[in-house]
Design a protein around this ligand. Sequence first.
Ligand SMILES: Nc1ncnc2c1ncn2[C@@H]1O[C@H](COP(=O)(O)OP(=O)(O)OP(=O)(O)O)[C@@H](O)[C@H]1O
Length: 221
Amino acid sequence: MITLTSVFVDKAGRHILKDVSVELDNRRIGVIGRNGSGKSTFARLLNGLEKPTAGTVRFAGSDDTRDLRRNVGFVFQNPDNQIVYPIVSEDLEFGLKNLKLPKAERQTRIADALERFGIAALAERFTHELSGGEKQLVALAGVLVMRPKLIVFDEPTTLLDMWNARTVKAAIDALDQHVVLVTHDLELLADFDRVILIEGGRIAADGEPASVIARYRETAE
Ligand SMILES: Nc1ncnc2c1ncn2[C@@H]1O[C@H](COP(=O)(O)OP(=O)(O)OP(=O)(O)O)[C@@H](O)[C@H]1O
C-alpha cells in the first residue's frame, strides 16, 4: 500500500530518519522504539504531514502527496489536537464539508462511524466534556468518516487509563482498514501481523511481533 524508498528526513542539520526503505502492505503493523528514535517522524511521513528530505513515499505507486492525504488517516496521541468543533457531530462533519459531500451523505457517514464505536449517544455532546477515551473515539470517528484506506495511530492510548485504552484497542481491532500503530504499549501489538523496530532513525528489525519485541526488550537490558 505504502512504499518508502531510501527516505531521509533531516532536521536542525541532522538525520532524523536515515535511508529507510520499507513496503507497508500488511493489514496491522506496529512501530516501536525508544523515545526520540524517529517513530513519529516515520508515522507522519505516511500521510504527508512530514516530507522526506530525500527519497520517496508512494501510496499505491503514486508519490503525489494528495494521494497520501486522501487515503491515509492520522490519529494523534492527544485528541485535543484533532477535535476542532464544540459539538461532536459538527466536528465529524468538518472534513466532510471540505470534501463537498451532500448533507445526506455526510449524515450517513457520521451515523455509521458513531455507531461503529458504540458512541451514537455522544453525537450532540460538547466535545470538551468528554472523557479521554470518548475523545479518542471521537477523533478516530472523525478520521473514519473520511473513508481512508489506512489509518496511522501515533500513541493513541498513552494518555488513557487502562479501561479507556482497552476501549480504543477494541476499536482499532474492529477496523476493516489497514492500520499502522506507533506505541510504547507492547501488549497492543501481540496479535499484529508485523512489527517494525526503529533505532536511531533506522529500521533495526522488522518481522513477526514476538521476535521484534524480544529484540527490543534485549536492548533495554
Ligand atoms: N522540528 C525538529 N527540529 C529538530 N529536531 C527535531 C524536530 N522534530 C523532531 N526532532 C527530533 O527528531 C528525533 C525523532 O523525533 P520523533 O518525534 O520522531 O521520535 P519518537 O520516536 O516518536 O519519540 P517519542 O517516543 O518520544 O514520541 C528526536 O530526537 C527529536 O528531538
